[in-house]
Design a protein around this ligand. Structure first.
Ligand code: 5GP
Ligand code: ZN
Length: 117
């Protein structure tokens, strides 16, 4: 898979060709506010290298996944989510996945139900 996909919205955000509100930037990840937030904090953490979704993740992605989780924890710290937060990867149509570039939702600032809707 190429590092960047020309028709991918999140690759375009990474390249500055589409706007975003930055929350955190690291060597291999970028975190920005979701355009349609589902909670007071709703941030997306993405790898700078294009990966389609969580089902396309393999052993070779171990490093980037660890960096994504590290970024998510930093986002939670920055956003003051000491009471807890929810991390979500959607995969496929049944989950509601809409953007085919791996992204970790960081949701917080309110109480969440379980099971999820
Ligand atoms: P998914 O449903 O694929 O797991 O999540 C995709 C997320 O991307 C959705 O929560 C949606 O609101 C968000 N999103 C879609 N387009 C844009 C955009 O152009 N900018 C930002 N910041 N978020 C977007
Ligand atoms: Zn992409």
């Amino acid at each position: 898979m190429a590092d960047s996909q020309p028709d991918c919205l999140f690759c375009r955000i990474l390249e500055g060709d589409a706007p975003s509100t930055e929350v955190l930037s690291t060597d291999n990840t970028y975190a920005f506010r979701d355009i349609n937030p589902m909670a007071p904090t709703h941030v997306l953490v993405i790898p700078r290298r294009h990966v389609t979704d969580a089902a396309a993740v393999g052993a070779e992605h171990g490093g980037i996944l660890a960096e994504m989780f590290d970024s998510a924890r930093q986002v939670a710290d920055q956003e003051g989510l000491a009471g807890g937060y929810r991390l979500v990867f959607n995969v496929g149509d049944d989950s509601g996945n809409t953007v085919p570039h791996l992204h970790l939702h960081v949701l917080g600032g309110r109480r969440f139900g379980w099971p999820p809707g």
